[in-house]
Ligand binder design. Structure first.
Ligand SMILES: Cc1ncc(COP(=O)(O)O)c(C=O)c1O
Length: 446
């Protein structure tokens, strides 16, 4: 595989940080104490899951790497899509530390410059016409803001897609199409429909009957196991929303800011929604922050009345410092293009590894940029593979709405050595799975 022309700052910083840490993470408390604290004070279920991962603790991070309490280094290709910039990107941490030392939280009585600058910086990279930014603290809160903005325009009915994921607060959960998460909390918001993803005809049918809708769609379904819609789908959704006067929300919490190898999923088809939702990468991997970015017309109700939808910590200077620095670093270091090129290489590499070592265990390898899904044929394949990779010190995620699919969302600051580490680990894990499957077949035949 050919190397990439220039390496962004995050890679050098990662190597430097490794040296600073003496090649090891800080040695923390013994694992059993932390598991006990989890059991008593956080979550018994989480503590039980920790048994599967050997009770290991993560205590520090730098670039593409996370360190456990024994100093062992892991390649982080998970993080639920947060770490396009890697961990502790120097440009982001420098601005955040500077802001903490100057003015981390605002009085909210006076105007405060960091929020204005962050909004301008973010609006500078969103599709044209998306100029007004409402900052929040999480992806689900961005979804809630969009639901309320649509309601302010009289669009009370919700339409999202089967398998879609939009968060777990009550409004967002109404859109998140998974029985497991919804059932214990019903009744949810009224008048919600889920249409098959990728099926513009089904959406047309619903909008014909209820034009006063708010349509919330992901450009690629992340938590549903990296589902890419057919070409032309996003354009068709946009056209249908315009035709029927529906409020069009594109949820790019997972896909936005370069993850797909384009700035936005919207760019894949040149669409401009009424509201675009941003999260995860906006944090720079340092401070939680998310946003809804809307057109002037869509945003008008929130623009007129700044107290219509508020939250105490939203738009705090420390989060704004992270957001501004993150967007600037993605832009200045060419991380969108790097995500595209790295993603193409890793997608091809993974496809080849699985085809060669265990084609019967894997149904499909698919993705865009650095959002890559591997769908296993067997019920337990994905879970087993996550553990195989963990044994090789590579972190990946399962998918919340698709249990057969694991997701690779590596940082765009992976070095050549990291790419080799990743593909070697996947090869070894695939061979181990294939050997186990063969042994199981042998036992059944005996
Ligand atoms: C597309 C999408 N929307 C919304 C959310 C919710 O974001 P958060 O977990 O920050 O609330 C997620 C989280 O994975 C997501 O992938």
């Amino acid at each position: 595989m050919s190397g990439l022309a220039s390496e962004p700052r995050g890679i050098a910083a990662s190597a430097r940080a490794t040296d600073e840490l003496g090649g090891a993470g800080r040695v923390g408390e013994p694992p059993e104490d932390i598991v006990a604290l989890y059991k008593r004070h956080v979550s018994r279920g989480r503590a039980t899951l920790a048994d599967l991962t050997g009770g290991r603790l993560e205590v520090s991070s730098a670039g593409a790497h996370v360190y456990d309490d024994t100093g062992r280094r892991y390649l982080d290709c998970g993080g639920y899509g947060v770490f396009l910039l890697g961990h502790r990107h120097p440009a982001v941490t420098a601005k955040v530390v500077e802001q903490i030392n100057r003015h981390p939280m605002a009085s909210r009585i006076l105007l405060e410059p960091t929020v204005a600058r962050a909004a301008a910086t973010l609006a500078g990279v969103t599709p044209p016409g998306l100029d007004f930014v409402h900052f929040v603290n999480s992806g689900a809160e961005a979804v809630e803001a969009a639901i309320k903005l649509a309601r302010a325009h009289g669009r009370f009915r919700l339409v999202s897609t089967a398998g879609g994921y939009h968060g777990k607060t009550m409004g967002a959960l109404t859109l998140t199409a998974r029985e497991l998460y919804q059932a214990p909390f019903r009744p949810l918001l009224p008048s919600a429909r889920h249409v098959p993803y990728g099926d513009a005809g089904a959406l047309a049918e619903v909008l014909r009957r209820q034009p006063d809708s708010c349509v919330v769609i992901e450009p690629v379904q992340g938590e549903n196991g990296v589902v890419l819609p057919p070409a032309g789908y996003l354009r068709a959704v946009e056209a249908l929303c315009r035709e029927h006067g529906a409020f069009f929300v594109l949820d790019e919490v997972q896909t936005g800011l370069g993850r797909l190898g384009t700035w936005w999923g919207a760019d894949r088809e040149g669409v401009v929604p009424d509201a675009l939702l941003v999260g995860k990468n906006l944090s720079g991997g340092v401070i939680p922050v998310a946003a809804m970015v809307a057109t002037a017309a869509a945003y008008a109700p929130f623009s007129r009345d700044p107290f219509l939808h508020t939250s105490t910590f939203a738009g705090s200077p420390v989060a704004m410092a992270a957001a501004t620095a993150a967007v600037q670093a993605i832009r200045d270091e060419g991380l969108v293009e790097r995500a595209r090129d790295l993603g193409a290489r890793i997608l091809a590499g993974l496809g080849a590894v699985f085809a060669e070592n265990c084609p019967h265990l894997v149904r499909e390898v698919r993705g865009a940029g650095l959002l890559i899904g591997v769908e296993f044929a067997d019920e337990h394949g994905a879970g087993d593979f996550v553990l195989e990779l963990l044994d090789r010190h590579v972190l990946v995620n399962h998918s919340l709405n698709a249990h057969r699919v694991i997701r690779f969302t590596p940082p765009a600051v992976l070095s050549e050595a990291d790419v080799t580490w990743l593909l070697d680990a996947v090869t070894a894990a695939a061979r181990a799975m294939a050997a186990r499957a063969m042994a199981a077949r042998g036992r059944r035949a005996a």
